[in-house]
Design a protein around this ligand. Sequence first.
Ligand code: GLN
Length: 256
Amino acid sequence: MKKFLSLVLAIAMVMACACFAGCGSKSMTVEEGKLIMVTNAEFPPYEYKEGDSIVGIDAEVAALIAEKLGLELEIADVAFDSIIPGVQSGKYDMGMAGMTVSAERQKKVNFSDSYATGVQVVIVNEGSDIQTIDDLEGKKIGAQQGTTGYIYASKSPENGGYGEENVIGYDSGAVAVEALKGGKVDCVIIDNEPAKAYVKANPGLKILSTEFAVENYAICFAKDNTELQEKVNAALKELIDDGSVKKVIDKYITAE
Ligand code: GLN
């Protein structure tokens, strides 16, 4: 009996060691030597396409981070609501998409320190009877699927939203803005910087002066990849402290 017990113990110990080694040996990046960042390249000026390449604040900050870590940056472009699942499953190393840190998302992924802030604003057609966010009740609201703008707006009125039935989710901010121009929705809730870019590109639209919510943008990682999260945070801190991040932001966002 004693022998049997020690055998069981020995097996248990071997198993524990194997798990320990297996769990600890997860590589820092999906592909050695590469940093695969996933984004949704329809969010100017944070990420958008210029010809075949993806440019913008996130693309440039990611490149600076990769350089510091001695890794080659590769950028993947997917729908916004596929970013978190792709990072969770380990298909990509990190998600960077003007992504707002939220308690809901923190259940699924870990976030880096914040590197920028965003504000949710409301775009309307010039001459709209919507003058402040208090006029949104009963209106048709457009937003990009899966974004915080969509999530806030579709909450019930008791929870500060306008009811899911009043919100239409689109594949991108650009498509939501087209729906606004075509009269399919009465307004679009979106982050301030893309809002400015869309209003600039589409005469006849304006941004309401009342702001909806102020948010922090950060990079997301799989829950078990704290090794990469820590390395990226260290690199990001240096890049923030030496003014590199601000320089990139100032290149794309000119202060009014
Ligand atoms: N900041 C918003 C969010 O995280 C929108 C981001 C985006 O559309 N790329 O939901």
